[in-house]
Design a protein around this ligand. Structure first.
Ligand code: QAP
Ligand code: CO
Length: 182
């Protein structure tokens, strides 16, 4: 299977708002399969279609230890956000090498279509809750760095842009996406 190319901040395509999926057909399921493949290859715990330049409301997640608990969300809608918040150290495949503590609602409830196109509800807390919120942000053109100070965000933008110029961040199909950023 081909690995999909992951866009990097500050690519303007990461700012597009994704469109609803009309039909969960084989085409959509193929996209989901490719997204899981790409996420596992890149050692991610979550990936939104926006990040691979597919502007449809599709998310894949696996926060399990053994990487055997696939969760896919299609057209997710947030039904409930708790007023209690949790801070997690967040990263993003589109912001490689950078991590920041972000505060988000602790408990959430979402309704979503699953891989088979069935409407289901998911209640989540902990890392899964954070991850779902992070990925839904992507579908709305938002990144975790939008939750931090402008100063920090600009610093990250500069560093990533520099690394790209130096060729330290290589985005090609079927090759390691980037060298480690230290
Ligand atoms: C979102 O992020 C997330 O910088 C998913 O060098 C992350 O999978 C939500 C990754 C943390 C909540 C908490 C990032 C891999 C993966 C990197 C990811 C990197 C390699 C990020
Ligand atoms: Co992300």
């Amino acid at each position: 299977m081909d690995k999909l190319k992951v866009l990097h901040f500050p690519d303007s395509r990461l700012r597009k708002v994704a469109q609803k999926v009309k039909n969960v057909d084989q085409n959509i399921r193929d996209t989901i399969d490719q997204m899981f493949f790409t996420m596992y290859e890149e050692k991610g715990i979550g990936l939104a279609a926006t990040q691979v330049n597919i502007h449809k409301r599709i998310i894949v997640i696996d926060v399990s230890e053994n990487k055997d608990e696939k969760i896919c969300l299609i057209n997710p809608e947030i039904l409930f956000l708790s007023s209690d918040c949790d801070i997690y150290e967040e990263g993003c495949l589109s912001v490689p090498g950078f991590y920041e503590g972000i505060s988000r609602p602790k408990d959430i409830k979402v309704s979503t279509l699953d891989y088979d196109g069935n409407l289901i509800e998911i209640e989540a807390n902990g890392l899964l809750s954070t991850c779902i919120q992070h990925e839904i942000d992507h579908l709305n053109g938002k990144l975790f760095v939008d939750h931090i100070s402008t100063l920090k965000r600009n610093r990250i933008e500069k560093k990533i842009t520099k690394l790209k110029k130096e060729g330290a961040l290589i985005a090609r199909k079927n090759t390691p996406n980037y060298k480690s950023v230290t």
